[in-house]
Design a protein around this ligand. Structure first.
Ligand code: FAD
Length: 388
């Protein structure tokens, strides 16, 4: 039986990021990944400037399909467009991006085992990871298995449909959607397609990432909504386009993310922005935080809940408050769509502030406050307009 200080389950952005930090600091680390990399992952492929700022290395140019400086948002017959001086995101192909992140973990000495972990058993001095080809032993396990959460479920139960989203997307060659050739360096977001969700068109250069998503409890017909969205936007899916769906956690809800010898990171911990669906930044950041707490626990030889519980505190302090404000904003937006979505989709300055959140120059908390103080003025303007 092979023994490691740390075992990481899942080689997505959370797992690769955690493993890199651990290995860089001299710990012995093994990553388990059930798919061979590069593997496909349903995703819009937008990696925010915030996410990039968390990496201690640059993403090579050849992995960047396009740069994003602005967004155009639509709700019913309203739309507005804003652009920032600074880049707000890059668009990547997830298969290549995730493969690259994994190579950065391996570069520091992390081992990879291409196996699915079927279960984790915790014992007094170690944890055992069971896979079809054997059993591994580690002092601590970081579970980064994504939103399906087969292993994490044991720790914190099943997420109710109101705490989980579902997105469906496909990559469509640009020649099937000529109307969108003006979208360079800008992403398009369409609200009002699904409750607690939206549709997107991201221009990657040679293809568009087109998708729709919404909260599981409200999003009853994802595939039909997806095809209706394509039709409405005059995009011809053609033969051979394979829409793929995946769950996404609704962040901003309090969840248990650690226990004796185990920490959860990324989607497995429920860390994704409930408003935008952005998860890569939180996956990277939470992977780093879990690794830092794990290293401290190793020093003190205390992998009990008491030794790891700082992870929950650090995650809360670093981005928990922002995710909670995003959750609140999402609830308000969709409870009063005419009011909130109209403000976002008609007032350029509001959109500009939102882009600053993505660019990492403004917190979601401040953006929330900015929107709230504009409501009375907006209501007054709306009432006066209606009267005239
Ligand atoms: C359609 C869609 C579009 C999205 N678009 C964006 C976007 O544009 N920008 C953004 O920031 N976020 C986006 N997200 C969210 C983002 O994809 C996730 O938040 C992010 O991938 C989470 O990273 P992770 O490392 O936690 O999990 P994942 O990236 O899901 O990686 C988990 C890995 O664990 C492996 N695994 C699972 N179980 C096991 C096991 N038992 N044993 C071994 N390996 C296992 C899986 O094969 C996988 O490779 C989108 C999500 C969806 C569904």
């Amino acid at each position: 039986m092979k023994e490691y200080d740390f075992a990481v389950v899942g080689a997505g952005p959370a797992g690769a990021s955690a493993a890199r930090v651990l290995a860089k600091h001299g710990a012995s680390v093994v990553i388990f990944e059930r798919s061979t990399m590069p593997r496909e992952k349903p995703c819009g492929g937008a990696v925010s400037t915030q996410a990039l700022s968390f990496l201690d290395f640059a993403v090579p140019e050849h992995l960047v399909n396009a740069q994003v400086f602005g967004a155009k948002v639509h709700f019913q017959n309203q739309s507005t467009h804003a652009r920032l001086e600074e880049r707000i995101a890059v668009l990547v192909t997830r298969a290549k991006f995730d493969h690259f992140l994994l190579s950065k973990a391996r570069e520091c000495g992390a081992d990879v085992v291409w196996q699915e972990v079927k279960s984790i058993e915790r014992h007094r001095g170690h944890a055992e990871l069971l896979s079809p080809c054997g059993t591994w032993r580690a002092r601590c396990v970081i579970v980064c298995e994504g939103a399906n959460r087969r292993l994490a479920r044991r720790l914190r139960g099943k997420d109710p449909p109101a705490a989980q989203g579902f997105c469906i997307k496909a990559d469509i060659p640009v020649e099937r959607a000529e109307r969108y050739t003006d979208l360079k360096e800008t992403i398009d977001i369409y609200f009002g397609l699904a409750e607690y969700g939206y549709g997107w068109i991201f221009h990657h250069g040679s293809f568009y990432s087109v998708g729709v998503g919404g909260l599981c409890s409200r999003f009853t017909a994802p595939l039909a909504t997806f095809y209706a969205f394509l039709k409405e936007r005059h995009i011809e899916p053609g033969n051979g386009i394979r829409p793929r769906g995946h769950f996404i956690p609704c962040g901003g809800i309090k969840r248990t993310v650690c226990a004796d010898r185990i920490m959860l990171a990324g989607d497995a911990a429920g860390f994704a922005d409930p408003f935008s669906g952005e998860g890569i930044a939180y996956a990277i950041r939470s992977g780093h935080l879990a690794a830092a707490v794990g290293l401290k626990a190793a020093e003190e030889d205390d992998f009990s809940y008491g030794g790891l519980k700082d992870y929950q505190r650090h995650a809360e302090k670093t981005f928990g408050r922002d995710l909670r404000h995003s959750f609140l904003m999402t609830r308000l937006m969709h409870a009063f769509p005419r009011l909130f979505l109209s403000i976002l989709c008609s007032d350029k300055t509001v959109l500009q502030k939102y882009l600053a959140v993505t660019a990492h120059t403004l917190s979601f908390r401040r953006f929330f406050a900015f929107v709230i103080v504009r409501i009375p003025g907006f209501l007054l303007e709306y009432t006066l307009l209606k009267k005239s």
